[in-house]
Write a protein that binds this ligand. Structure first.
Ligand code: C5P
Length: 224
């Protein structure tokens, strides 16, 4: 069952080929609500879109073979992994979402918000949250320099693109921390939708503990 009206063909490239260096191991296999981070992220992507390309390290290709999705070997950087996944998305896709498996708490509603913006004609869509902390920039001998947080936002995934825009973005072979950055650099306008406070990126063990605590009180990726 999909969580949206099926008008356009929408695929997700779910990237899970990182080494989890800061986490201290493959975080996609860490436990979230009794399952793995990867399974939780995959379930939401499968429910919210028409197809998923799951990008994983070469060493886990076999064990990750999942019914209902294409499994692809990742690359050295996140951008390489997205490109590898993108190459496997069928040519009839209208929209392609790129999502970090490290964000298993993204809800089906967030996917729907991104897809709705694409259906309105946006070429590149990013979920954002306002910055709540004070910001400082490190400036060598001068010390810290404060930066206004007005108009500053934190970017999340899933980020959505018209299929042709995402293919053009990655034909440029840029190496960026997210796809919206690459879109901007080749002159594609990026628009925003509201992100989700619980859509945290699991980077450290404490992030995983927070995600499990949210899970305990009923916050779920699919229907949060
Ligand atoms: O490294 P970072 O935290 O930015 O990774 C974000 C997402 O990109 C994670 O889900 C990670 O598994 C994925 N990734 C990847 N291939 C890489 C590096 C990161 O699929 N080479």
């Amino acid at each position: 069952m999909t969580l949206r009206t099926a008008r356009k063909v929408v695929w997700t490239v779910l990237v899970a080929a990182g080494s989890g260096e800061r986490f201290g191991g493959p975080k996609q296999l860490a436990r979230l609500g009794g399952r793995t981070v990867l399974d939780v992220a995959l379930d939401t992507a499968l429910a919210a879109t028409d197809g998923v390309v799951l990008v994983v390290p070469e060493s886990s290709m076999e064990s990750m073979a999942r019914l209902g999705c294409i499994v692809q070997k990742g690359g050295a950087t996140r951008s390489d992994s997205v490109r590898a996944g993108l190459a496997r998305v069928p040519s009839d896709a209208d929209f392609i979402l790129v999502h970090d498996a490290a964000r298993p708490m993204a809800s089906g509603k967030l996917y729907a918000r991104v897809i709705e913006a694409l259906e309105r004609g946006e070429l590149a869509v990013v979920p954002v949250m306002p910055v709540v902390d004070s910001l400082k920039r490190s400036s060598g001998e001068v010390g810290l320099i404060s930066v206004s947080r007005e108009n500053m936002m934190v970017a999340q995934t899933p980020q959505g693109f018209s299929a042709s825009a995402l293919r053009a973005i990655h034909a440029a072979r840029l190496d960026t921390t997210d796809d919206a950055d690459a879109a901007e650099r080749i002159g594609i306008r990026v628009s925003s939708v509201s992100g989700e406070a619980h859509n945290l990126k699991i980077t450290t063990r404490s992030d995983l503990a927070v995600a499990n605590a949210l899970w305990e009180i009923g916050v779920r990726g699919i229907d949060a």
